[in-house]
Ligand binder design. Structure first.
Ligand code: F6P
Length: 346
C-alpha cells in the first residue's frame, strides 16, 4: 500500500444538515497529518466528469454551522452504465487520489462498497435524515430533522385546537419511520404511521372518532411519506419520477389520508407536507458534534490503512464496521420504540 498523500472527499444522495461539519472535520484532521484533500463535486458526478476543487483549512473555515454541502451533491449512480464507471476509475487515477471518503446514505455507500470491492481504498461516513443505516445508532442530519418536525407539530397543535381540526403532517422517511416516530413522540402526536407497519384507514378513523367522543376537539396525525395502507403494495405518490437508483419520488400519502379522514369522519382536516424544510438549514449541536466525530475518525482510519470500512456510532463510541453492513440491511424502527409511541395513540 503506497503512503497516503491525497484524499478525495464527496457527499452523495440527498443533502442533510451536518455535511459541512463533516467536510470541515475531514479537512482539518487530514491537514494535521500533512494530507492534501480534494473535494469531488456533486457526489459521484464529480468523479465521472472530473469536477473537483482543492479543500484547505481556509476553504472550510466558517462552514460548521451552515446547512447543505459546499461541494454539492447528486443522486448520480456510476454503476448505471459501464462508460461512466470507466470514466470514474480513470479520473480517480488521473487525480492521484490515494484514498476516498464517501459521505452518504444507502445509495452512495452502496456505490462505495462496490468500488471498494474493485480495490479502491474507501472509507464511508453515514449521513441521512432518515437514520435508516444499520450498524450505527444514529446518522447525522436526523437530529436536526426531528427538531424541525417537533417544532412544526408544536405549531400545528395550537392552530388545530383553535379550529377543532384534524392535522395530518407528512414527514420524510422512505423505507423507515424514524423521523415520524421520534418527531411524533416528541411532538405528542395522536397517531403515527410508519412504513414498517401498514395502516388500516378504517382503524385510524375509529381512533380519531373515539378521541373526539372523549372530548378532544382536535387530533395530530404524523405520517411518514413511505407509509402504506394495508393491502396496497405500492407507495401512494403524486409523481412517477424515478431517480438513478430506481427510487420513486415520494410525497402524496398525507393528502390521501387527509381526504379519506375528512370523508369518513366528517371532521375538518388539513394537511401539511414538511418536505425539504426537514433537510435544510443549520444543523443542531448534536448533529455538528456527530458529524465532526465521524469526519475525524474517517481520516484516522485512512491513516491506519483500514479501508472498506464505515465509521459508526455504537453506544456513544465511534467504531468502524464493514462498509457492506449498511448496504445489505436497512435499520428499521425498533418495535419497542413504536410500542412506546402507541401508548399515546388516540
Ligand atoms: O434520503 C433522504 C430523503 O430525504 C428521503 O427521506 C426522501 O424520500 C428523499 O431523500 C427525497 O429526495 P429528493 O431530495 O431527491 O427529493
Amino acid at each position: 500500500m503506497k503512503p497516503v498523500k491525497k484524499i478525495g472527499v464527496l457527499t452523495g444522495g440527498g443533502d442533510c444538515p451536518g455535511l459541512n461539519a463533516a467536510i470541515r472535520a475531514v479537512v482539518r484532521r487530514a491537514n494535521s497529518y500533512g494530507y492534501e484533500v480534494i473535494g469531488i463535486k456533486r457526489g459521484w458526478h464529480g468523479l465521472i466528469y472530473g469536477e473537483t476543487e482543492p479543500l484547505t483549512n481556509f476553504s472550510v473555515s466558517g462552514i460548521l454551522h451552515v446547512g447543505g454541502t459546499i461541494i454539492g451533491t447528486s443522486r448520480t449512480n456510476p454503476f448505471k452504465n459501464e462508460e461512466d464507471l470507466q470514466r470514474l476509475l480513470a479520473n480517480y487515477k488521473k487525480f492521484g487520489i490515494d484514498a476516498l471518503i464517501s459521505i452518504g446514505g444507502e445509495d452512495t455507500l452502496g456505490v462505495a462498497y462496490k468500488l471498494s470491492e474493485k480495490g479502491i481504498p474507501i472509507v464511508g461516513i453515514p449521513k441521512t435524515i432518515d437514520n435508516d443505516l444499520s450498524g450505527t445508532d444514529f446518522t447525522f442530519g436526523f437530529d436536526t430533522a426531528v427538531t424541525i418536525v417537533t417544532d412544526a407539530i408544536d405549531r400545528l397543535h395550537s392552530t388545530a385546537e383553535s379550529h377543532d381540526r384534524i392535522m395530518v403532517v407528512e414527514v420524510m422517511g422512505r423505507h423507515t419511520g424514524w423521523i415520524a416516530t421520534f418527531g411524533g413522540i416528541a411532538g405528542g402526536a395522536d397517531i403515527i404511521l410508519i412504513p414498517e407497519v401498514s395502516f388500516d384507514i378504517g382503524e385510524v378513523c375509529t381512533m380519531i372518532k373515539k378521541r373526539h367522543e372523549r372530548g378532544k376537539n382536535f387530533s395530530i396525525i404524523v405520517v411518514a411519506e413511505g407509509a402504506k395502507p394495508k393491502d396496497v403494495d405500492k407507495y401512494i405518490t403524486s409523481s412517477n419520477q424515478v431517480d438513478e437508483f430506481g427510487h420513486i419520488k415520494l410525497g402524496g400519502v398525507g393528502n390521501f389520508l387527509g381526504t379519506e379522514i375528512e370523508k369518513r369522519t366528517g371532521y375538518d382536516t388539513r394537511v401539511t407536507v414538511l418536505g425539504h424544510i426537514q433537510r435544510g438549514g443549520s444543523p443542531t449541536a448534536n448533529d455538528r458534534v456527530l458529524a465532526t466525530r465521524f469526519g475525524v475518525a474517517a481520516v484516522d482510519l485512512i491513516k491506519e490503512g483500514k479501508f472498506g470500512r464505515m465509521v459508526a456510532l455504537q453506544c456513544n463510541k465511534i467504531v468502524d464496521i464493514d462498509i457492506s453492513e449498511p448496504v445489505k440491511k436497512l435499520k428499521t424502527v425498533d418495535p419497542d420504540l413504536y410500542e412506546i409511541a402507541k401508548v399515546f395513540f388516540g
